[in-house]
Design a protein around this ligand. Structure first.
Ligand code: ADP
Ligand code: MG
Length: 321
C-alpha cells in the first residue's frame, strides 16, 4: 500500500531522514516509533505530500507520488486523513461544523454532508455532542471529533501523529480501541506515529523503530519484542529491578503462545528449584499478551534452567554476572 524506498530528507544542513525504507501493507495498522526528534512527523508529512523529500521513492497504491499531476496530487491528499496530538479543531465552530469542514471545502451537497456527519458521530460514539463547541469537550472527545473529521472524505489511509500522547492512559486506550475498530470495520490502512511502546503494542501488527532518521529495526510487533533489538532497549530501557546480593537474574520473554501458561511455576516444580520473583511486565498486544518476567535463581540451578527453557524454545537472557 505505502512503499517508502531509500527516502532521504534534509532541512538545510540537518539530515532528518536517511535512507528510510518501509513497506506498509494495505489494511494494516503500522507503527512508527522512536524518541522525540528522530524524524517521525517529517516522515508522516512526506507520506501525505505536505513535505517534499530529497531522494528516494514513495509509492502509494502502486503510484509513485513524484509522478502525480497537480490534479492527481489533490485527489491523493483527499484519500489521506490525518489526526494530531493537538486535535486541531476550530474553536469557533461546533462539532457538526468541524466534521463538515473538509466536505464544505470540496463543495459537497448539504444533504450529503448532513448524512455523513451524523454517520461519523455514530461511529465515534458522540451523537449527543453534535452542537457542542470544542472547548466544552474533554481531550478524548476532541480526538474523537478529529477522527470523525479525518474520515469525512472516506480516506484509504489514516495517519495518526502522536494522537494519544496528550490523553490519560484510560482515554488513550479507548481512542486506540476506536482506531482498531476503524481499521477492522472500514478496512482503512492506519499509520500510527508515537514515542510510546504501549500504544504500538496495543494496536499495531507491524512496526519500525526509528533512530536518528534511520530505520533501526522493522517487523511484526511480537517478533520485535521477542528479539529485543538494541533499538527497542534504547527506546523502553531495561526494567529497574530490586537489588540482589546472590544468585543469577534472568529475564524470560513471554509471547502470546505461552503467556497464558503457568510456565514459571511448572519449571520450578519439575526442576524442584526455588527462585525469587523480581518483577514482570505483561501487556496486551493485538494478538495476545506479551511480556517479560524477571527471576533470580541459584547459581547451581542455572544449567538446568537454561536446558529447560531452551528445550521449550523460550527466549531468555541472563542479566546479572
Ligand atoms: P519527531 O516527530 O520524531 O519528534 P520531527 O520529524 O518533528 O521529529 O523532527 C525531526 C528533526 O527535524 C528535528 O530535529 C526537528 O527540529 C527538525 N525539523 C522538523 N521540521 C523542520 C522544519 N520545517 N525546518 C527545520 N527543521 C525541522
Ligand atoms: Mg513528531
Amino acid at each position: 500500500m505505502i512503499q517508502i524506498e531509500h527516502l532521504s530528507k534534509s532541512f538545510g544542513n540537518l539530515r532528518v531522514l536517511e535512507d528510510v525504507s518501509i513497506h506498509i501493507p494495505k489494511r494494516k495498522i503500522y507503527g512508527l516509533i522512536g524518541h522525540s526528534g528522530v524524524g517521525k512527523s517529517t516522515l508522516l508529512r512526506c507520506i501525505n505530500g505536505l513535505e517534499t523529500f530529497d531522494s528516494g521513492n514513495l509509492i502509494v497504491d502502486g503510484i509513485n507520488i513524484k509522478e502525480f499531476t497537480e490534479t492527481e496530487a489533490r485527489q491523493f491528499k483527499r484519500n489521506i486523513g490525518m489526526i494530531f496530538q493537538s486535535f486541531s479543531l476550530l474553536n469557533r465552530l461546533n462539532v457538526y461544523e468541524n466534521i463538515a469542514l473538509p466536505m464544505r471545502c470540496w463543495k459537497y451537497k448539504e444533504n450529503t454532508i448532513d448524512k455523513r456527519v451524523k454517520e461519523l458521530l455514530e461511529l465515534v460514539e458522540m451523537p449527543d455532542k453534535i452542537n457542542v463547541r470544542p472547548h466544552q469537550l474533554s481531550g478524548g472527545q476532541k480526538q474523537r471529533v478529529a477522527i470523525a473529521r479525518a474520515l469525512a472524505m472516506n480516506p484509504k489511509i489514516l495517519l495518526c501523529d502522536e494522537a494519544t500522547s496528550a490523553l490519560d492512559p484510560k482515554i488513550a486506550s479507548s481512542v486506540i480501541q476506536l482506531l482498531t475498530h476503524i481499521n477492522t470495520e472500514l478496512g482503512i490502512t492506519i499509520v500510527v506515529v508515537t514515542h510510546q511502546m504501549e500504544v504500538v503494542q496495543a494496536c499495531c501488527e507491524e512496526i519500525s523503530i526509528l533512530e536518528n532518521g534511520r530505520v533501526a529495526t522493522s517487523g511484526d510487533v511480537e517478533d520485535v519484542y521477542v528479539r529485543q533489538p538494541e533499538a527497542l532497549v534504547n527506546l523502553i530501557g531495561e526494567k529497574k529491578l530490586p537489588n540482589t546480593t546472590s544468585g543469577i537474574t534472568i529475564k524470560i520473554v513471554l509471547v502470546s503462545s505461552n503467556s497464558s501458561q503457568p510456565l514459571i511455576s511448572q519449571m520450578a516444580r519439575e526442576l524442584e528449584i526455588d527462585f525469587i520473583l523480581l518483577g514482570g511486565e505483561i501487556g496486551n498486544y493485538r494478538h495476545g499478551a506479551i511480556g517479560s518476567i524477571f527471576i533470580n535463581i541459584k547459581e547451581e540451578d542455572l544449567l538446568r534452567v537454561e536446558d529447560y527453557l531452551q528445550n521449550r524454545k523460550i527466549q531468555w537472557k541472563r542479566l546479572s554476572k
